[in-house]
Design a protein around this ligand. Structure first.
Ligand SMILES: [Zn+2]
Length: 317
């Protein structure tokens, strides 16, 4: 190998680096891919591996620059597939958000695995799978610890600047929320236990709005009312409805005298009905309304016939 080969390879690498420096990552990736063979021919194994890694990494950065979601384009997944075949190394790179420096590829891949597990977990319709995937994401993010994540801002599952620890806490919130969802309908008290943990995790992850809406959901599930019709105590706002009714002072006095739970009266003229009682009224009202509707339609048909008769009679004159 000649000094000319060395010169060619060095200038190729320099050109690739300059292209990355100005943020033209798509081109830089191609240039690094071209440089791999030149490095190999010179026996520069370390340089060849670095060039290869950057040729896998920079398409992700190009997507960030183009404001594309790295999960939608698949560039992050491709980076993981290819880069995990290379030995771990420290590589100098230009990264999204104007970051420049030496990056530990093992850490970078841990983050990417975390992001991909999290995204799959959130997309899974099966609760058991979703929890397993989010737990895997949790473990990977926790490994990164207090360090900021590189790609979190550019993926739909996180969409914000955050650290490994906070992303892990966010996953914990999701896990507990998914667990709670299974009990919300049938066992509201059990669901609230998981939701309390979820709210705490979201708050620790600095997702204050999410924590607040989970807390609202807890209040809804904790709400109890006595059904005015059947007198049963019902828990969770999902299982009763507040409807308009005429509750005069006579009934208010009656309840007070009997020392009955006054919570059946929600305001002056509103009462709580459990879902079965409410649905019974609803179906019956619907049936009656349908009856009136049929009567009205018959009357209209008769009226129309009468009008036609009169018109015919008028025309005869
Ligand atoms: Zn009832």
């Amino acid at each position: 190998m000649s000094s000319k080969d060395i010169e060619r390879c060095e200038s190729k690498l320099e050109d690739a680096e300059n292209t990355a420096r100005i943020g033209d990552f798509g081109k830089a990736a191609k240039k690094y891919a071209d440089a791999v063979e030149l490095c190999m021919n010179l026996g520069w194994e370390k340089e060849a591996q670095e060039a290869l890694l950057l040729s896998y990494l920079y398409p992700c950065n190009q997507d960030v620059k183009d404001k594309k979601d790295l999960l939608e384009t698949g560039s992050l997944r491709k980076f993981l597939e290819n880069a995990s075949k290379l030995p771990p190394m420290k590589v100098t790179a230009y990264m999204p958000g104007g970051l420049f420096g030496e990056f530990d590829t093992a850490k970078l891949l841990t983050e990417v695995r975390g992001i991909l597990y999290m995204s799959l977990g959130l997309m899974s319709t099966n609760a058991v799978d979703a929890v397993k995937l989010l737990e895997a994401a949790y473990d990977h993010f926790l490994e990164i610890g207090d360090a900021p994540l590189i790609f979190s801002r550019y993926v739909s599952c996180l969409k914000r600047r955050t650290t490994g620890n906070n992303a892990a806490l966010e996953c914990e919130g999701h896990i507990e929320f998914i667990k709670a969802r299974q009990f919300m309908e049938v066992e509201p008290p059990k669901a609230t236990e998981n939701l309390i943990v979820a709210a705490r995790a979201y708050r620790a992850a600095r997702l204050y709005d999410v924590a607040k809406s989970v807390n609202n959901r807890i209040q809804e599930l904790r709400a109890t009312r006595k059904c005015w019709m059947c007198g049963r105590e019902i828990q969770s706002a999902d299982h009763f409805k507040i409807v308009k009714a005429d509750v005069g002072s006579y009934f208010e006095n009656l309840l007070r005298q009997r020392n009955e739970d006054m919570r059946v009266i929600d305001g002056v003229s509103r009462i709580a009905l459990c879902n079965p009682c409410y649905s019974a009224i609803f179906y019956e009202a619907d049936r009656i309304a349908r009856g009136y509707h049929n009567i009205a339609m018959q009357a209209i048909a008769a009226l129309e016939a009468r009008i036609r008769q009169l018109e015919a009679a008028v025309r005869r004159y």
